[in-house]
Design a protein around this ligand. Structure first.
Ligand code: ATP
Ligand code: MG
Length: 685
């Protein structure tokens, strides 16, 4: 073994090393938080390479793009970038996209296709609701897009899904909506996110030859966070790994937190049945947290009844007690946490980047941001900086989508008059009316119609001459850039040129933006060029990336709110986003009834939902390495009104001897609220 890989193994305990050295056949590593599961996957990849297995034969699947990137970085530090060439380290979605990019045409789609954003899907649904004469304002409340997604992730037919999960009356309606939804996507030559996994599975079933090619190429699969796999991912994966079954999965049933989105814990629990003769490894040492933190985590999760029995010991010392904060209200909660952070940075010499504030729901982050800002503590809301939600960024992505996929009418109608070029809503409506009047089988797409109009100006009555010449210029522009992008050596140079040709800066001023805002918007567009340049510089495939690769990368980053986390700042993130991560200091906030456990899920699913919320609590606690703070407020503003809130039932499940309470001093000073809060505080303690 090379000295480098020797060094990697020296750090592993015997069970970890046994798991990392396993090569052929199925393997299940079922172990608690912080026991080195992800570490084993990374080391096992190094071991496979060391044993002469080609990087091109290896596929490692992680839960987010961020963890894929981190795993690649660790491997390239261990082995050098060259040793990894051709290896796939990605999410299930990117893996699916890779396959669709080669073979989606076998399903009647054209290349390149579009991946629709949630906003696009909503627009598709608006049209369907209109057509079926349903109330558009109910789309969100009906949760119909969520149900379609759940149905796909559960690998159930719409009929079975509707009759199992919804009341029978709505079965027919759901099936009708589902069917139209798919027709609409097909016309747009577009897919949704779930299709990135569902469609490859379908291609494999239809065309065994294609499947055989992948089975031949990819011979070793590793999956992190396997407890959160859903049925459609399972089916997709299972087809590829059979019959060799060189599949190594790692996971923790206690950290399954996505069943509400279709993940099924039974998939990991049934692994040994699905893949007989699997090597099963239990890791029982937690290397992450102090003994006190681990004791709290173990005691909390022991309240869940249906779980695999696991032992998890700490190798660290007892460490500090868990600090418990009961504040008068949410602003005081945030202020106390910010003050603690300030003194940790000054006193314990911790970096802001060593600290994370976790919460159950996104809205909680606002008060933390405010209190950290007041104290000049650098911070970063993970997934909160919605770069991809910015209008100008969406506009520019829509341009690229139309250039890549002329059938993408959603993107086309977004930019047809942006920047304003004299093709108003009225003209667009006339064209759309004409289109909708055509037979749906032979119906041309919006872009082809625009080109036809130029040659046959009388095609659509009532279109003004000015509109027709604007349509001409616009389609010329798109065609010109389609040519330039297809011939370019550097796509990013073409994109920069296109942004400049479109004169968006003038458009921002016409929109009424002041000079600074207009500049900031232009910088965002510049950031898209930077992203494309980065992709071109770091592309690992043989063929250079095309526009389609760039668009796919952007949609995937937007989907899991992935962006580089600026180092050196306090990280603010939801519990769901914290999975797999670790921080020296963790603040877990808002542990109150009505917030955590989240009430909506409890109302719908009772005990099962409570068990999942408890797993989420377990995930949160086990992110902390040295110090853990748990906090709650005694009153919280809801729709502007202060309401007294109860301590979460989870407080009672913690080992009370591990807690040390920090009092909120304002409670002493504020006589009006003092009595209430004190009573509540005492109850909490
Ligand atoms: P999670 O369940 O949260 O995903 P995990 O089981 O994947 O956790 P890792 O993230 O791989 O655990 O490891 C947790 C921490 O323990 C990391 O900081 C890792 O570097 C460290 N670690 C893992 N194995 C060892 C070991 N044998 N010796 C020392 N440190 C280790
Ligand atoms: Mg992990």
């Amino acid at each position: 073994m090379s000295p480098l890989s020797m060094a990697n193994f020296k750090n592993l305990n015997p069970e970890q090393a046994r798991a990392a050295r396993h090569i052929e056949g199925p393997q299940l590593i079922l172990a608690g938080a912080g026991s080195g599961k992800t570490t084993v996957i990374t080391t096992r990849i190094a071991w496979l390479l060391h044993r002469g297995i080609a990087p091109t034969a290896i596929v490692a699947v992680t839960f987010t793009n961020k963890s894929a990137r981190e795993m690649k970085q660790r491997l390239s530090r261990m082995l050098g970038k060259k040793a990894l060439r051709g290896m796939v380290v990605s999410t299930f979605h990117s893996l699916g996209h890779r396959i669709l990019k080669q073979h989606i045409e076998t399903l009647g789609y054209r290349l390149p296709f579009s991946i629709l954003s949630p906003e696009d899907l909503h627009n598709v649904m608006v049209d369907i609701y209109r057509e079926l004469k349903l109330d558009i304002s109910q789309i969100r409340d009906d949760g119909v897009l969520f149900k379609i997604s759940l149905c796909k992730n559960s690998a159930l037919s719409p009929h079975d899904f509707a009759s199992q999960k919804m009341n029978l009356e709505s079965t027919d309606l759901f099936c009708a909506i589902y069917e139209r939804y798919h027709q609409s996507l097909k016309i747009l030559n577009a897919v949704d996110f779930d299709d990135l996994i569902l469609l490859p599975g379908k291609i494999f079933r239809q065309d065994p030859e294609i499947l055989e090619r992948y089975r031949h190429r990819w011979r070793f699969f590793m999956i992190d966070e396997y407890q959160d796999t859903n049925h459609s991912q399972y089916d997709f994966l299972n087809q590829m790994v059979c019959p060799r079954n060189n599949l190594c999965v790692v996971g923790d049933d206690d950290q399954s937190i996505y069943t509400w989105r279709g993940a099924d814990i039974n998939i990991i629990l049934g692994f040994e049945k699905d893949y007989p003769n699997a090597q099963v490894v239990r890791l029982e040492t937690n290397y992450r947290s102090t003994a006190t933190i681990l004791k709290a985590a173990n005691q909390v999760i022991a309240h869940n009844s249906q779980r695999m029995a696991k032992t998890l010991r700490s190798v660290s010392g007892i460490g500090d007690k868990i600090k418990a904060i009961a504040a008068a209200d949410e602003v005081r909660e945030a202020a106390l946490i910010a003050e603690q952070i300030r003194s940790l940075i000054n006193g314990r010499r911790l970096e802001p980047g060593d600290i994370a504030i976790l919460f159950r729901t996104n809205f909680q982050s606002r008060v933390f941001e405010q209190e950290l800002r007041n104290r000049n503590i650098p911070h970063h809301v993970v997934g909160g900086y919605r770069f991809f939600d910015r209008r100008e960024v969406r506009d520019m992505i829509a341009y690229l989508r139309v250039i890549a996929n002329p059938h993408d009418e959603l993107a086309l109608s977004r930019i047809i008059n942006r920047p304003r070029r004299g093709i108003g809503q009225g003209s667009l409506q006339k064209i759309m009316d004409y289109l909708l009047a055509q037979e749906s089988e032979s119906r041309p797409d919006l872009f082809s119609i625009m080109e036809l109009i130029v040659h046959e100006p009388g095609l659509i009555p009532g279109l003004r001459k000015e509109s027709i010449s604007a349509i001409y210029e616009f389609s010329e522009f798109i065609n010109e850039y389609r040519k330039r992008f297809s011939r370019a050596n550097r796509l990013s140079v073409v994109l920069a040129q296109m942004i400049s040709d479109l004169k968006f800066d003038l458009e921002f001023q016409r929109d009424g933006d002041n000079e600074n805002t207009a500049k900031a918007r232009m910088l965002n567009l510049g950031e898209l060029v930077n992203m494309l340049a980065y992709l071109e510089d770091n592309w690992e495939e043989n063929e250079p990336p095309d526009l389609f690769d760039f668009l796919a990368r952007l949609s995937m980053q937007a989907q899991d709110n992935d962006e580089e986390h600026p180092r050196g700042r306090v990280q603010l993130l939801t519990l769901h986003l914290s999975k797999g991560l670790e921080y020296p200091v963790v603040f877990l906030s808002g542990i109150e009834e009505g917030l955590f456990p989240a009430p909506r899920t409890l109302e719908e699913n009772g005990d099962l939902a409570l068990a999942e919320e408890r797993r989420l609590f377990y995930v949160g606690i086990t992110r902390a390495k040295q110090l853990l703070y748990l906090s709650r407020a005694a009153s919280r503003r809801k729709f502007g009104e202060h309401q007294i809130v109860e301590a979460s039932r989870f407080w009672d499940e913690l080992p009370q001897d591990c807690l040390e309470w920090i009092a909120d001093e304002t409670v002493e000073q504020n006589n009006n609220t003092r009595q209430n809060v004190l009573t509540d505080l005492l109850a909490a303690i």
